[in-house]
Design a protein around this ligand. Structure first.
Ligand SMILES: Nc1ncnc2c1ncn2[C@@H]1O[C@H](COP(=O)(O)OP(=O)(O)O)[C@@H](O)[C@H]1O
Ligand SMILES: [Mg+2]
Length: 370
């Protein structure tokens, strides 16, 4: 077994140059990252981006084509999944339907030959943890979907694994239950301080539950950052587009003045996105969040903003706490900008067809080269 050198306290998980190629499909490309103990990491990306493949290699199902996975500083290439001290919950819960909740939670303890006298107390503690303390005698089919989720969580954690791996366990739940369970995962993870890697395609879930987010696309890690940094400083146009509702304005760089990049559009400017070094004449894309755009019946009503365009409302959706507009702007080649108005009660709602002005500040436009 090799060890990962160079750190005193080893990371809970280190992934080094990991690739997975399935006949012709390069599912994971050169993945490298470290995860500190006790952190909640979410791997976020669209379907097919390689999330499950990466998680399975950490779990020990599927050997990397190249590269190495370290758990607690030790290379685990030749350690089978059941020897890796990992609890797992997948979308298919794979509970034993003919057993009670308590018997399901006891199962991993019996498999691992825990002292039989200690099992009932420990099972009760983990049923309490997931708020099923009184339902241990229920059979699985006598429990609701949310309660079954809780049994699966207790079963994954009862043997106190070093690592908890979650592969879209909430994907099939309805929205209300999913949001409730997201907060439950977060609470339980904090209570136990167990290092957790969660896979999802749900950006909101990633922002809500995680200490850190890895964004993947086409098998490649695009960014690893804390949720707020992922949102506010996306590393490229893909991340900016995948998280949040983002408008892209394509153009050419006409001037660079310190951190201000001017575009070949009247009054349009922005600041460089992560690592982008603009040069005059380069093609560039400005990324602008829907919530950074103000909308009003006329220019004067917008207040003090750097950039103003006139347009027409081509769609307006009332969502309760906000109105989502689409505003078509002739001076931006007819671009349809998505705009959130979070104060639709104070602001009168603009009807489809209405002439409006939209405005924003240059610091809210992040400019990327791709
Ligand atoms: N066992 C396999 N054999 C062949 N191709 C696979 C296998 N598992 C995954 N893939 C392919 O690898 C890519 C990534 O898949 P996956 O990791 O499941 O993505 P995600 O979990 O992000 O949806 C996809 O193109 C998928 O079809
Ligand atoms: Mg998957």
């Amino acid at each position: 077994m090799t060890t990962l050198m160079g750190t005193d306290a080893p990371f809970a998980v280190s992934v080094r140059g990991v690739n997975m190629v399935f006949d012709g499909v390069h599912a994971v490309r050169d993945a490298t990252f470290d995860l500190e103990k006790g952190r909640f990491l979410t791997i976020l990306g669209p379907s097919g981006s390689g999330k499950t493949t990466l998680l399975r290699m950490i779990a020990g199902f599927g050997k990397p084509t190249s590269g190495e996975v370290f758990i607690n500083g030790l290379a685990v290439g030749s350690v089978p999944p059941h020897r890796r001290s990992i609890g797992m919950v997948f979308q298919k819960l794979a509970l034993f339907p003919h057993m009670t909740a308590a018997e399901n939670v006891a199962f991993p303890l019996r498999m691992r030959r825990f002292d039989a006298r200690t099992i009932p107390d420990r099972v009760q503690r983990y049923l309490d943890l997931v708020k099923l303390g009184k339902l241990g005698d229920r059979r699985i089919h006598e429990l609701s979907g949310g309660q079954q989720q809780r049994v699966a969580i207790a079963r994954a954690l009862v043997f106190e694994p070093d690592l908890l791996l979650l592969d879209e366990p909430l994907a099939a739940l309805d929205r209300k239950l999913r949001e409730e369970m997201q907060l439950e995962f977060r609470r339980i993870q904090r209570e136990l301080d167990v290092t957790t890697i969660n896979v999802t395609h749900d950006q909101r879930e990633a922002l809500v539950v995680s200490d850190e987010i890895i964004v993947m696309d086409h098998g490649r890690i695009q960014q690893k950052a804390r949720p707020e940094a992922t949102y506010r400083q996306p590393s490229n146009a893909f991340v900016a587009n995948f998280i949040g509702v983002t408008n892209f304005i394509d153009g050419m760089v006409t001037a660079v003045d310190g951190d201000t990049i001017a575009f070949d559009r009247p009054g349009l400017a922005g600041r460089p996105g992560n690592g982008f070094r603009p040069l005059v004449g380069m093609a560039a894309r400005g990324a602008l969040r829907a919530e950074q755009i103000r909308i009003a019946g006329g220019r004067e009503a917008l207040g003090d903003v750097d950039t103003v365009f006139e347009g027409a409302v081509t769609d307006a959706i009332f969502e309760g706490e906000r109105v989502v507009y689409e505003v078509t702007v002739p001076d931006l080649d007819g671009a349809a900008l998505r705009v959130f108005d979070h104060d639709p009660v104070a602001h009168s709602q603009h009807e489809v067809g209405a002439a409006v002005a939209v405005g924003w500040n240059a610091r809210d436009v992040l400019v990327f080269g791709d």
